[in-house]
Ligand binder design. Structure first.
Ligand code: FES
Length: 111
């Protein structure tokens, strides 16, 4: 694992959330209630890029088929509407450590 620089904290605070390319990985990052969050930015269902914060900024909804993931732990809590019987426990997203450093948001990602 290694800390990777993404966007400025100021830009993330203004946007609230975004998906960013970090090397060969897409990471969803968010700033909610004064806390930073990071998770895989590619949906586990059909690989759409996430997404938007919903439910008082505690969950992330995929644009494509409305699957919903918990921001805190990446767990899928609503399945894609096109795959209601999808095994949600297997479709959760990986979360990552995230921090502010020198005005930038950094995420601890695999090398
Ligand atoms: S690609 Fe995300 S719900 Fe289908």
């Amino acid at each position: 694992m290694a800390w990777k620089k993404t966007i400025t904290l100021k830009a993330l605070e203004k946007a609230g959330n975004t998906s960013v390319q970090v090397g060969d990985k897409v990471v969803f990052i968010a700033h909610s209630d004064g806390k930073l969050y990071a998770m895989d930015g590619v949906c586990s269902h059909a690989r759409c890029i996430l997404g938007t914060l919903v439910q008082e900024n505690k969950t992330v909804k995929c644009w494509c088929h409305d699957a919903v993931f918990e921001l805190e732990n990446g767990k899928m809590i609503e399945p894609p509407y096109v795959a209601k019987n999808a095994p949600m426990e297997k479709l959760g997203l990986k979360t990552y450590e995230i921090r502010e450093s020198g005005g930038f948001v950094e995420v601890d990602l695999p090398d």
